[in-house]
Design a protein around this ligand. Structure first.
Ligand code: C6P
Length: 423
């Protein structure tokens, strides 16, 4: 999966020690606990990932010693906090290989990033009849903002379908990419199926027709190296909490000239140059899009998570998770009555499944009794579930700290769930 996604990343990170999952596990205090008397097997990483001590300690230290508001005070603590906050922006820039720090806007997460683009890009560049092309596998965060925009502006939402394996039908995608398509908004990796979309090709096709491209990176940024310059996407959004960082922080990357052409998303402090009751002028990028006091410590904690991930190396993370998926898939398939939903040729570490005769929520509850944390439900992808004729699935999603032994626990717990319902 991952090699393909990362092939164009410049080799700027220093050499690292070999990937050692036990050493990595020791960095995550939450993994040391037991749940219902069993060791925790945390396989709900696509929803949110656990935090390494590095992030927890950074957040603690900033609240303890360095806390102040940013970009406002002239005093020592404020300057120190502002420096750390802007250094975190620099880390996000390097992480995505964006050209400039001002192309990185701090937001609450992927959801806010997409809403920002819908609102602001929509206002500047879209009108009634213009089309936005998404796919059938989008998260609600990449569907509803476009519907809201349609209600406001009269833009039209088009949806490219997927096949039974959960792969995007590229012929259909190309057919739907018409002269009125102004924006393509597509997930890099499906949170419900694990499908890795061919975003390089999607971007190439969209640009050839003059459409801009937003990549929902919520499920790709934590699992493989991303290079927004090599991809040439116009926008890329991700959430810190899935990337081993704090909750309530994420980033939107946008090409500078595009962000400059867009109006502010929200009004308030920080985003202005000068205010009077008759006229207000706006601050430079990225502050134009960052009204109000930001999630200062969240951003700094995200910077620590990025440092941590880069030290381990995204390529090593991707390889490890890919191996876990290769280990898990045949074992899950061996379970009679288990059906995998999402069997794309290019897949990230996500296994969604149905178990004959057992409701997905019951599977989730029984797994929990075994200490195994998974997600059960529609995964905020209701239209995709409808496409597969199901109301939901049980989903195990892997992260850098998961092991083969944990997959064995998962498989055994599923078998026991089955036994329980057979009686
Ligand atoms: N998916 C999951 O369990 P936020 O909530 O803003 O951090 O991320 C939203 C989001 C957007 N796009 C994709 C592809 C996602 O997977 C998510 C979040 C979680 O799958 C929670 S529903």
């Amino acid at each position: 999966m991952v090699t393909e996604m990362s092939s164009s990343r410049p080799k700027i990170d220093p050499p690292r020690p070999a990937f050692d999952v036990e050493r990595i596990r020791a960095d995550f205090p939450a993994l040391r606990q037991t749940v219902h008397g069993r060791p925790l097997v945390y396989l709900d990483n696509a929803a949110s990932a656990q935090k390494p001590s590095r992030v927890i300690e950074t957040v603690r230290r900033y609240y303890t010693d360095d806390y102040a508001n940013v970009h406002r005070g002239l005093h020592y603590l404020s300057e120190r906090a502002s420096d750390a906050f802007e250094a975190a922006r620099g880390k996000v820039r390097a992480f995505l290989n964006a050209r400039e720090d001002r192309e990185i806007v701090f937001v609450r997460g992927t959801t806010e990033a997409i809403n920002l683009v819908a609102s602001s890009f929509g206002q500047a560049h879209l009108k009634a009849g213009d089309e936005i092309l998404i796919t059938e596998m989008e998260h609600h965060s990449n569907i509803v903002p476009w519907q809201l925009l349609g209600e406001r502006l009269g833009t039209v939402l088009k949806v490219a379908p997927v096949n039974d394996a959960g792969e995007l039908l590229m012929d259909e995608f190309e057919r739907l990419l018409g002269p009125r398509t102004r924006l393509v908004a597509v997930t890099h990796v499906s949170n419900a199926l694990g499908t890795i979309n061919p975003v390089e090709r999607i971007i190439e096709l969209a640009h050839a027709r003059g459409a801009r491209v937003l990549i929902d990176g919520a499920q790709s940024a934590p699992h493989a190296a991303v290079d927004v310059q090599a991809l040439d996407c116009d926008f890329y959004a991700f959430s810190g909490h899935k990337l081993y960082g704090p909750t309530g922080i994420g980033a939107l990357y946008g090409k500078r000239e595009l962000l400059e052409s867009m109006p502010p998303y929200q009004g308030g402090g920080e985003m202005i140059r000068e205010v009077s009751f008759t006229r207000t002028t706006y601050a430079e990028l990225p502050f134009k899009f960052e009204a109000g006091t930001p999630h200062i410590v969240g951003a700094i904690g995200l910077g620590a998570a990025i440092d941590y991930l880069r030290e381990i190396g995204l390529d090593a993370v991707a390889r490890h998770e890919s191996e876990l998926l290769d280990y898990a898939t045949p074992r899950l398939r061996e379970i009679p009555g288990l059906r995998l939903v999402g069997t794309a040729a290019r897949k990230a570490g996500i296994a969604s499944f149905l178990l004959d005769g057992v409701h997905t929520h019951d599977v989730g509850t029984i797994l929990d009794r075994h200490g195994v944390a998974v997600r059960a439900g529609h995964h905020c992808t209701m239209p995709l579930m409808t496409r597969f004729g199901v109301s939901g699935t049980t989903r195990a999603s892997f992260a850098l700290y998961n092991t083969r032994a944990e997959i064995d626990v998962l498989v055994e717990a599923i078998r026991q769930a089955q036994e329980l319902f057979r009686r």
